[in-house]
Design a protein around this ligand. Structure first.
Ligand SMILES: Nc1ncnc2c1ncn2[C@@H]1O[C@H](COP(=O)(O)OP(=O)(O)OP(=O)(O)O)[C@@H](O)[C@H]1O
Ligand SMILES: [Mg+2]
Length: 242
């Protein structure tokens, strides 16, 4: 489940408005990246491009797991890469059915699938609500269902778009448990958030989108105010004092 995604000359423009131009970037293997930037700089757009849900204006994203189908139809989503939406799409059904939904193409035996769903529901603290209809859940509980559904698929790269926006401390801790589990299995994470919290503290790198550019920093909260780790085009890492 360790994969690496790379991108070259990635840019996105809506009509005449340029959102960003990124000469090169890479995620993984086993990265945890905190993606920051003001409202509207293009964080969600970048995550959707990396997951294969939308096509960039210029540039290519390459993942070893890409199939010919993915290359041909660039909006089918990338294998092993899951984009966790800020307001997750959950369908009309029970909490259990929503979590199990992701498994429909998996080959595991039915009893293993059931055990996985129950484990996932326990991890997010929703096992007692398994039979409830999804519509009765609060916003934060729905976010936890979406995380459980993503975790069950054991993505190689999980792109989490403001996962903690409507979550209390306990819910954030539950997402941290799942995120840590995925990291230990060799997955990579990208997390956007406007607030630092236990999830962003898991990250070892920061990406900042500012003035249409993406800069990579070390995510060391104690030193990030004066030490900057920049990548140049040839991927050499340089240390600079601000
Ligand atoms: N399909 C689209 N057509 C036109 N403009 C779009 C489209 N999708 C996004 N945009 C614009 O691109 C900009 C970046 O949007 P995006 O959602 O990526 O920002 P963001 O960094 O995630 O912001 P936030 O912190 O508020 O979530 C916004 O100004 C948005 O209006
Ligand atoms: Mg966004």
């Amino acid at each position: 489940m360790t994969i690496k995604i790379t991108a070259e000359q990635l840019s996105m423009r809506f009509k005449q408005r340029v959102l960003f131009h990124i000469p090169s970037l890479s995620i993984g293997p086993n990265d945890a990246i905190y993606l920051k930037g003001d409202n509207g700089v293009g964080k969600t757009t970048l995550l959707k491009i990396l997951s294969g849900l939308i096509k960039p204006t210029t540039g290519v994203v390459t993942a070893p797991s890409d199939t010919w189908l993915q290359r041909l139809f660039s909006r089918t989503g990338r294998k092993g890469v899951i984009y966790l939406h800020q307001s997750p799409y959950l369908f009309d059904g029970s909490v259990y059915e929503n979590v199990a939904y992701g498994q429909r193409f998996e080959r595991d035996a039915t009893k293993d699938k059931r055990a996985q769903v129950i484990t996932a529901l326990r991890m997010v603290g929703l096992e007692t609500l398994a039979d409830e209809h999804i519509s009765v859940l609060s916003g934060g509980e729905k976010q936890r269902v979406a995380m459980a559904r993503a975790w069950i698929l054991k993505p190689s790269i999980l792109l989490m778009d403001e996962p903690s926006a409507s979550l209390d401390q306990e819910s954030i801790e539950r997402l941290v448990t799942m995120a840590k589990d995925l990291l230990e299995r060799g997955a990579s994470l990208v997390i956007t958030s406007h607030q630092q919290n236990a999830l962003t503290a898991l990250c070892n790198k920061q990406w900042l989108i500012h003035a249409h550019q993406l800069t990579e920093y070390a995510n060391n909260e104690r030193t990030s105010s004066n030490v900057v780790v920049l990548k140049d085009k040839s991927h050499d890492v340089k240390l600079k004092l601000r």
